[in-house]
Design a protein around this ligand. Sequence first.
Ligand code: NAP
Length: 282
Amino acid sequence: MAARVIDGKAVAASVRERVAVEAAAFEVDHGRAPLLVTVIVGDDPASEVYVRNKHRACEEAGMRSAHHGLPAETSESELLELVAELGADNDVDGILVQLPVPDHIDPDRVVAAIDPAKDVDGLTPVNAGLLAHGMPGLVPCTPAGVMELLRHEEVELEGAEAVVVGRSKLVGVPVSRLLLAANATVTVCHSRTRDLSATCRRADLLVAAVGSPRLLGADAVKPGAVVIDVGVNRTDDGLVGDVDFEAAAEVAAAITPVPGGVGPMTIAMLLVNTLAAARARV
Ligand code: NAP
């Protein structure tokens, strides 16, 4: 294997340590620790695990967290009411409604109802619009984590050819906006892209955010490229990314593993966002 393996766990740990120091200073200055409130509707086991990990991370960083677990039959208007209450509560700094929500609830309507100043997932139309306009706002956690990894690895983005595979609101689009803001030349691929591998092979920086196990092989990687694999896919061989790690690592200069690459960064950046939201509200 030629490529350097980018250690997301280590970078995330250093971000979390930094947040802990800054959260302690915030508490000294303002007499309260930042507060993140999570909401789950229903009993999706994966959501329970994600949210539990977020609460543990808050605790370790010296931040407060609270949780509302609502029954699956909660109506959209009841959920919107809770989101409005949390928005009006001056003690609450961050609001996170864990997706997915049950089918009878429109996730876009719920996300849009979150106070943008407390939108620590960075998914409201206001924060997405600020990002699209290159203005400061709360940035979605996984894309922010990708950028933090690239900063840590000192990857030169100015003028670089970046190819992002995936155009979701959660990952692909915000990553591409952040790369554009960093002056990369950005191409966004999706399910209708013709000759995906050839397009990816142009990339100095390849970001895969698809959700298709080992979709991208060595033929999609330019020699010497940096490969960031956001994909998390459960297979019979365990968790794998969207990139065939073993094959791509023979060609790339640096690559994130799955697990242990982008994944740990997401929670770290949620803490960063919660602290930023708390600071912006004082
Ligand atoms: P998503 O909403 O399902 O979006 C997937 C994107 O991939 C879509 O834009 C889709 O194109 C594109 N796509 C699908 N098949 C393709 C193909 N064969 N060739 C090229 N593009 C294709 O998924 P997401 O929420 O962005 O998540 C993507 C992956 O990242 C998933 O594995 C998810 O589990 C993972 N993820 C990880 C973290 C983390 O913390 N590590 C966080 C979030 C997500 P169309 O738009 O044309 O349909």
